[in-house]
Ligand binder design. Structure first.
Ligand code: NAD
Length: 502
């Protein structure tokens, strides 16, 4: 689903932002070419010296001011998210709320996570003091998707900034206005900071590719697995480290002892909210045979009344990216060809760029609707013969991002068997809203983590400092003055330290 491959990829120097509900032009932006990207990175490099030298308390103040500016401008921002991305205003507000939580967590916890730590030097180096310090990397390039145009890239932006880096952000070509609004709010809240602490560059995939080649110290990418692979290959040329947050095909396991009404409610919302355009949205369900009929009926009952649209009453909006509609159609048709049955909707649920909810049951596990990311308001539900089968099928996918388990008594136990980065028990997507929990996936879902302490450490380099406090006579190990008696002593000490484990 690489946006670079779509017909929208312009060859001229102008990017047109379009309202996906109306097709109206919202704004135009100059596309940043290689030279412009390098200039933005150079400016960020200069700004990073000032920003990186601030104390944690000072950076916290600037980040929290940014939060308050975003709150002050929240109406305008939610209107813009609604217009450019298509999601309902309330969903836009929830997204903003989550971003604010993460900015606040990063601002308030950076010092605790990153401050220098004294570590034990070990018995043989007892004359040393050892310090582990975390340094900012310098300039972090962030490349974002359009589906959660603030929340998702902010998982890198806020944490990279809190760790003392400058950030150059390339928003998706489908959410350019939103990305620029987000960065402008940082500058407005902090006019005394040098220009370049947090800036945007605009354009399509080529602009993102130029950012990867620009000499930034890390690339934090969120988007499709196909683009993530291209970025990793390009970054390898300069050994630029990458953080990749890619696609998912999240499963929900519903056990025999689950609260079926709660599970159905979460599945209905998790599968279709944001038009199903959620990396960790619900795409597959594995339900125990003893409760399958009840669960399917309840999900169907809820989704029958859920309707997409662009008005105030719509439950979710249009598909943001026109090319995605064809993928959703292909997956529905493929599911039906491969033994699946639609218990709600079907190919006819696709009405231009609005797609009504579709529930597919007992689809062959090898069909695209089960194996590939659909990224639409559809869900497959398979009846299984107990938890072992549910876990096996849930894990049998090239993606490993999020997941959920519904069980009154065994939730945690089942969660621990899932080969993914995150799991919610008796909820969906709970992990994404808890700032202290890292978010990310395994296998084709990516490399590394955003959020929480691990997400902060992603944007730092460890600096190890060993300070020799005094010398031990005759024990100069790292010197040509080492004596035979030192070696004799070591030959006695080493077996005592390491040779007694039978
Ligand atoms: P995409 O891969 O098409 O584009 C993502 C970004 O990469 C865009 O800004 C695009 O311009 C840029 N890009 C494209 N080609 C590039 C190249 N060669 N070099 C550098 N940058 C390039 O993805 P999308 O359609 O915007 O987003 C949807 C995808 O994102 C889905 O697969 C979804 O699962 C995933 N996603 C993952 C997470 C997560 O946290 N794991 C969160 C949100 C979305």
């Amino acid at each position: 689903m690489s946006a670079t491959d779509t017909a929208l990829d312009k060859r001229d120097d102008t990017l047109i932002s379009v309202n996906p509900a109306t097709g109206d032009t919202l704004a135009t932006y100059r596309i940043d070419d290689e030279e412009a990207v390098r200039a933005a990175v150079a400016k960020a490099r200069t700004a990073s010296a000032t920003w990186g030298a601030l104390s944690y308390a000072e950076r916290k103040k600037h980040l929290l001011r940014w939060n308050s500016k975003l709150v002050e401008k929240s109406e305008a921002l939610c209107d813009l998210i609604h217009a450019e991305n298509g999601k309902p205003r309330d969903d836009a507000f929830l997204e903003l709320m989550l971003a604010l939580e993460h900015i606040a967590w990063a601002a308030k916890n950076a010092e605790k996570v990153l401050k220098p730590k004294k570590v034990s030097p070990g018995a043989l180096m007892a004359n040393f003091a050892a310090y582990l310090e975390q340094r900012p990397m310098g300039v972090v390039g962030v490349i974002g998707p359009w589906n959660y145009p603030i929340y998702t890239p902010n998982g890198s932006i806020a944490y990279a900034l809190a760790a003392g880096n400058a950030v150059v952000f390339k928003p998706s070509e489908f959410s350019t206005g939103i990305g620029n609004f987000f960065a402008a709010a940082f500058r407005e809240a902090n006019p005394e900071l040098p220009d370049g602490v947090f800036t945007t560059i605009n354009g399509y995939g080529a602009t993102g590719a130029a950012l990867v080649r620009s000499g930034v110290d890390k690339i934090a990418f969120t988007g499709s697995t196909a683009t993530g692979k291209k970025i990793m290959a390009a970054a390898a040329e300069t050994l630029t480290p990458v953080l990749l947050e890619c696609g998912g095909k999240d499963a929900v396991i519903v056990a025999a002892d689950a609260d079926i009404k709660a599970a159905a409610d979460a599945i209905a919302w998790g599968a279709t909210g944001n038009s199903g355009q959620t990396c960790a949205g619900v795409e597959r369900v594995y339900v125990d045979k003893s409760v399958a009929t009840e669960l399917i009926a309840e999900v169907k009952r809820i989704l029958t009344d859920i309707k997409p649209g662009s008005g105030e009453k719509a439950n979710y909006g249009p598909m943001t990216m026109p090319g995605q509609v064809d993928i959703v159609r292909r997956h529905i048709e493929d599911a039906l060809k491969n033994g699946g049955k639609a218990v709600l909707g079907g190919p006819e649920s696709i009405k231009d760029n609005y797609i009504e909810p579709v529930i597919l049951v007992d689809v062959d596990e090898s069909s695209d609707a089960v194996a590939e990311e659909t990224f639409g308001p559809t869900v497959t539900i398979r009846t299984v013969d107990g938890i072992d089968e549910a876990v096996r099928l849930a894990n049998n996918n090239k993606y490993g991002l999020g997941s959920a388990v519904y069980s009154k008594k065994h939730g945690l136990e089942i969660a621990r068997r899932l080969a993914v980065g995150c799991t919610s028990v008796n909820s969906v997507l709970g992990f994404a809203a808890i700032a202290a929990l890292p978010f990310g996936g395994t296998r084709d879902s990516g490399i590394g983590r955003i959020h929480g302490a691990p997400g902060m450490l992603e944007f730092t380099q460890p600096h190890s400092i060993a300070v020799q406090r005094f010398t031990i006579p005759g024990m100069a190990l790292l010197s040509y003055s080492r004596t035979e008696s030192t070696m004799k002593l070591l030959r006695k000490v080493v077996p005592l330290l390491h040779g007694r484990n039978k």
